[in-house]
Design a protein around this ligand. Structure first.
Ligand code: ADP
Ligand code: MG
Length: 302
């Protein structure tokens, strides 16, 4: 497999100027516009943005399902841009696990929960008994082992997602990717699934990247990346004091505590994107601004 030396061992994901252009007959859509991103091993990250901002495109690229038009992407030292299709197949089986919004996309309806978890293990070493044992352990880990012999259509949406997460973990992936995993369930179930991701991240140390337009999910993860127009605009990092309280406080009490600190992201050319809201608040309406340094701070004004 292609190895690259410029990825540090601590970063499991490096995106460098990622561009994705979708060409249809008469129109070109630039879904990613030079996106830079680094994610450390063992991080739990939420990628948030409006519909159409490029979240799924990014996730599919990390998952080796799509190739960038330009730019580079490294996952666990693999240069995905340079990989052959056969290497990508192997990569998808062993390095990443996917959870989709609709459990219908994740599960075979005519197989029981435990059979669903065993299915991807077909490519791995081990005998039938070992596979069954491992599948049962994963169902236990995701809290759904009591439904091991049920078929997906007999389960609720939340139960199906628990099975789907066990399926995604079947081949011990390094990275778990989830695209709107709580998009089709109610808010209580959504909360349960969010807690499950946190637990898996803590107990397995697995890197988890969750894509969502659900801002509420952001309160549960330590790093929130905001994507707009195919680029990363701002990042929110959870405050340490909030992290400590997360396990102690109920959801209502938590809502009253400032959870994250928001940062704007500066790209390699030192560009920072300013949101419409910020510009409006500062009364800036022209495309020329004054930039100066005062008291060690950079001030942008009319
Ligand atoms: P999100 O997941 O944030 O809603 P997507 O990554 O799905 O956004 O899409 C980003 C942009 O790329 C949108 O404008 C979308 O219409 C376009 N797009 C996504 N997939 C395709 C495709 N296969 N062909 C053409 N355009 C696409
Ligand atoms: Mg999407």
């Amino acid at each position: 497999m292609s190895q690259e030396s410029n990825t540090t061992p601590d970063n499991i994901l490096v995106c460098d100027g990622l561009v994705k252009i979708y060409k249809t007959e008469d129109i070109e859509v630039m879904a990613l516009q030079g996106l830079d991103l680094e994610i450390g091993r063992g991080e739990l990250v939420a990628v948030i943005g409006k519909s159409g901002s490029g979240k799924s495109t990014l996730l599919n690229m990390i998952g080796g399902l799509e190739k960038p038009t330009a730019g580079r992407i490294y996952v666990d030292g693999n240069d995905l841009f340079a990989m052959e299709e056969s290497e990508l197949v192997r990569y998808r089986q062993t390095t990443v696990g996917f959870v989709w919004q609709n459990s219908g996309q994740n599960l075979f309806p005519y197989m029981t929960a435990v059979q669903n978890v065993e299915a991807p293990m077909f490519f791995m070493k081990g005998n039938k008994k070992e596979r069954r044992q491992k599948a049962m352990n994963l169902l236990k880990l995701t809290g759904i082992d009591h439904k091991a012999d049920s078929y997906p259509p007999q389960m609720s949406g939340g139960e199906q997602q628990r099975v789907a997460i066990a399926v995604a973990l079947a081949c011990d992936p390094k990275v778990l990717l989830a695209d709107e995993p709580t998009g089709a369930v109610d808010s209580k179930t959504s909360n349960m699934i969010q807690d499950l991701f946190r637990k898996l991240n803590e107990e397995l140390g697995i890197t988890i990247i969750i894509v969502t337009h659900d801002i509420s999910l952001a309160n549960k993860v330590s790093r929130v990346i905001m994507v707009s127009d195919g680029k990363i605009s701002t990042e929110k990092i959870m405050k340490d004091e909030y992290k400590k309280k997360l396990d102690e406080l109920s959801a209502e009490n938590l809502a009253q505590v400032e959870s994250h600190e928001e940062y704007s992201v500066m790209d390699k050319a030192h560009r920072v994107q300013l949101s419409e809201e910020l510009l409006e608040m500062a009364g800036i309406d022209s495309n020329k601004v004054k930039v100066e340094v005062k008291d060690g701070k950079i001030i942008i004004s009319k």
